[in-house]
Design a protein around this ligand. Structure first.
Ligand SMILES: Cc1ncc(COP(=O)(O)O)c(C=O)c1O
Length: 371
């Protein structure tokens, strides 16, 4: 198997821990161990303290499977499997797809949503949003369907645009998939981080061939825990994903499973904390863009942790990124890393210090006006 370099992850590997400020991260600040354990019940603390650091169950800790299944109306523990999100994406695609199958995927997208199916030899068609509103039109998805389409890959809340859909739009995607006997792989890593719209239930609860991915990294502010899960109605598929996963991590980290259990059992606390921070950062961003409206514009995100900032400047967004790192130690992700045409940078709204970073960014932009 050959697979293309993961450009975005290479960029983060280079700058995430060597640059002073991060303006484009898609995760929320990591909670401390103390905060997580402080909120745990006595029973949860007992599980934590008495935990044996041996191998864990291949499908996942039974209590964790139970807690996860509560989030998927109509599903039980047999409909869930636990691993890291990247492994799950890999295992799902390799379990259901073959060379020559046709796939439709949202674009821009987190790169693995395209590259893994490409590496299998699938034919990929990209479903693009309108470049002003970042809205994905359902009729355009319909036009992309072919006789050999086997899978539709979606990601709402959407990274990087912050787009979200109404329930009726999710239902239309399901209708298209059902009429063409396609799977829907719904990357729901930002599930429940919705700003001012109703939260739609996971695709796994909506559609018999719907596959939902969620995990701790974004909604819960625990990216270091490295736990994700797949939920789907098809128990046989859960088994197939497990067979593939045997060649990857075998089973999940024992401490991480218990931390995830605590996160899920107290999810209102974690998710609300992150939403409050994102909303407050959005206000700061709005004022910032208003101040710099000669060179910046954006479409406010509806959900998730990210949005795109359009740059009305003379240099490319990649050059802009390099200059901003060199002069002020602020890392951004330019449009090129999402194969977006035009000059944009991604803004990450899940970090507490965003107002402080915007103040330094402000100085950088002032110098831009003069040049
Ligand atoms: C849409 C999307 N899916 C999956 C992932 C991977 O999640 P994790 O970092 O937990 O592996 C990311 C991370 O940025 C993402 O944005």
């Amino acid at each position: 198997m050959k697979i293309a370099e993961f450009k975005l992850e290479r960029l983060f590997a280079k700058y995430e821990f060597s640059t002073k400020y991060l303006l484009s991260s898609s995760d929320c600040d990591g909670f401390s161990m103390k905060e997580v354990l402080d909120i745990a019940t006595e029973d949860e603390l007992k599980l934590w303290e008495n935990l044996k650091l041996g191998y864990t169950e291949s499908q996942g800790h039974p209590l964790l499977l139970e807690a996860i299944s509560q989030n998927y109306p109509g599903l039980t523990t047999e409909n869930i499997i636990i691993a890291s999100p990247g492994e799950l994406n890999f295992s799902v695609m390799n379990s259901i797809m073959n060379a020559g199958d046709h796939v439709i995927a949202v674009s821009p997208a987190y790169q693995s949503l395209h590259e893994v199916v490409r590496s299998i030899g699938c034919e990929l068609s990209l479903w693009h949003p309108d470049q002003e509103s970042w809205e994905f039109k359902i009729e355009e998805l319909q036009w992309l369907i072919k006789s050999n389409t086997k899978l539709i890959i979606i990601n709402f809340p959407h990274n990087p645009t912050g787009t979200y859909l109404k329930e009726s739009e999710f239902q239309k995607i399901v209708e298209i998939a059902r009429a063409n006997n396609c799977y829907i792989y719904s990357d729901e890593m930002y599930h429940k981080l919705v700003h001012d719209m109703p939260i739609v239930k996971p695709i796994a609860s909506m559609y018999e061939k719907g596959i939902s991915l969620w995990g701790t990294s974004k909604s819960f502010g625990m990216s270091g825990v490295r736990i994700g899960w797949i939920a789907c109605q098809d128990k046989e598929l859960i088994g197939k994903i497990g067979l593939f996963k045997d060649y990857l991590s075998i089973c999940s980290s024992a401490p991480s499973e218990i931390l995830t259990l605590i996160a899920l059992n107290h999810q209102e606390y974690f998710i609300q904390h992150n939403l409050d921070k994102i909303r407050s950062n959005l206000k700061a961003l709005e004022a910032f863009v208003e101040k710099h409206d000669q060179i910046l514009s954006y479409t406010p995100p509806k959900a998730g942790t990210t949005c795109l900032l359009k740059l009305n400047i003379d240099i490319s967004s990649e050059e802009f990124m390099e200059k901003l790192i060199a002069e002020h130690g602020i890392m951004t992700v330019p449009a090129e890393y999402f194969d977006i045409e035009g000059k944009y940078i991604r803004i990450g709204l899940g970090r507490k210090n965003i107002p402080e970073v915007l103040e330094i960014f402000d100085v950088f932009l002032e110098s831009f006006y003069k040049s």
